[in-house]
Design a protein around this ligand. Structure first.
Ligand code: ADP
Length: 175
């Protein structure tokens, strides 16, 4: 599904984020930035050791914040590493922290003068954030952002499963 917002386009697709040709891809990292499983592992494998080398110099990243490295061997030029909250039932500021991940990542892309960015579904894997709630936060934050002044013309959500893509599609039609 795709939706035009102001001068920009928001796309929801099923796929592998490491194969996207947007200027940046976003990594759902952990706070050490020293590698993990899931999408983080896939990005480091596809991009090669240069990403970890750059991450070592960043001194980690707090939950809800975002930091940028190059993207090594991938088509994208940059990886924006953001750290999603671990789900503890919603009582530990998880909703605001997840929103901050999307906002800070968009701001990083803007700061680097990029025009396109791909996101995975942050926190909904090993960190167990419920997908429906996560999709509402993710899409609303990005739609609101694109309704403001921005140079970012294309935002792609790359969902790994058909099930997650369906949930994100259902959410987008309600926005
Ligand atoms: P977190 O620790 O933030 O929950 P995970 O990597 O465990 O991060 O999962 C986040 C989401 O990324 C999950 O929906 C997972 O299925 C998905 N994912 C895993 N590998 C990829 C990939 N190569 N491209 C896109 N999404 C991926």
């Amino acid at each position: 599904m795709q939706k035009e917002i102001n001068e920009s386009v928001l796309e929801l697709i099923r796929g592998d984020i490491t194969e996207q040709d947007t200027d940046a891809i976003v990594n759902a990292a952990n706070s050490s930035l020293l590698g993990g499983g899931g999408v983080d592992g896939a990005i480091h494998r596809a991009g090669g050791p240069i990403i970890l080398e750059e991450c070592r110099k960043l001194d980690g990243c707090p939950t809800g914040e975002a930091k940028t490295t190059s993207a090594g061997n991938m088509k994208a030029s940059y990886v924006i590493h953001t750290v999603g909250p671990v789900w503890h039932g919603g009582t530990q500021n998880e909703l605001a922290l997840l929103k901050s991940c999307y906002l800070r990542s968009m701001q990083e892309a803007e700061r680097c003068k990029l025009s396109s960015i791909s996101f995975p579904s942050i926190s909904t894997g090993v960190y167990r954030f419920p997908v429906k709630q996560a999709s509402e936060i993710a899409l609303k934050t990005v739609v609101d952002y694109l309704n403001g002044t921005t140079n970012i013309k294309r935002v792609v959500f790359v969902l790994f499963s058909e099930k997650d893509l369906n949930v994100f599609n259902e959410t987008l039609v309600t926005l």
